[in-house]
Design a protein around this ligand. Structure first.
Ligand code: 2DT
Ligand code: MG
Length: 231
């Protein structure tokens, strides 16, 4: 007889906040675990996303780019459900909140008239959180979301940016505001935790995260149904 399903843990945050490091440490805490990183560039849709992020002369309407990121999550929908039901703990490195936050940030950035290869339009859909969440409605909802947040000053001290589409200091400032405004809207959702990583080393952040996970019982198999993203 099965003793329940595994749980879905999401790590969100800006670039360079230590998401991937913490995700891989977390994986080792479970005997059955799997890391899924979004965007997943290995799929058909993921390869278009990769082209979009790395080739700045490849332009797409912002709406199309947004829908592709969501479509990329749907490519993994069945795999996520099957793994959870098979007792795997899944650690997600970015997911739906990155989807909303980065698109919303484009809207604010475009209003500053600083295109910088980041955005193509200032259409109102891209500034509308209800429109942005629409395509993700129905995906598995994480049992716990950890948003790693850091002061922009400390972020600026970390090692250099890459040169993908969104990797500009000025844009990241706006992405941070977007994330915080989304989580403010969700402040009654007790599956979301903001984790301040300022002045903390890797083991300290791991300890903070693990304490949250155990306190909320996310480290154990569960009989709760898999929740779905709602709008
Ligand atoms: P990585 O640097 O983590 O590979 O991400 N992004 C991500 C979006 O704009 N929408 C999304 O839905 C997701 C999951 C964040 C590459 C960039 O893609 C952005 C940074
Ligand atoms: Mg990146």
């Amino acid at each position: 007889m099965s003793s329940g399903r595994g749980q879905l843990i999401l790590i969100e945050g800006l670039d360079r906040t230590g998401k991937s490091t913490q995700a891989s440490i977390l994986l080792d805490k479970f005997s059955k675990s799997k890391l899924l990183k979004f965007p997943d560039r290995s799929t058909k849709i993921g390869s278009i996303i990769n082209e979009y992020l790395t080739n700045k002369s490849f332009t797409l309407p912002d709406q199309s780019a947004h829908l592709l990121f969501s479509a990329n999550r749907w490519e993994l929908n069945n795999e996520i459900i099957d793994l959870l039901n098979d007792g795997y703990f899944i650690v997600l490195d970015r997911y739906i909140y990155s989807g909303i936050a980065y698109s919303l940030a484009k809207f604010e950035y475009a209003k500053l008239n600083k295109e910088g290869n980041i955005t193509s339009t200032v259409d109102k859909q891209i500034g509308d959180v209800n429109w942005l969440i629409g395509p993700d409605v129905g995906l598995p909802k994480p049992d716990l979301t950890l948003f790693l947040t850091i002061d922009l000053q400390e972020l600026a001290n970390r090692k250099g940016w890459g040169d993908e589409r969104y990797e500009l200091q000025e844009f990241q400032t706006i992405v941070k505001k977007s994330f915080l405004s989304i989580f403010e809207l969700q402040k009654d959702d007790d599956t979301i935790e903001i984790v301040d990583v300022n002045n903390k080393d890797i083991p300290e952040v791991t300890e903070l995260i693990w304490n949250l996970i155990t306190k909320k019982g996310i480290h154990q198999l569960t009989n709760k149904p898999i929740e779905k993203v709602l709008n």
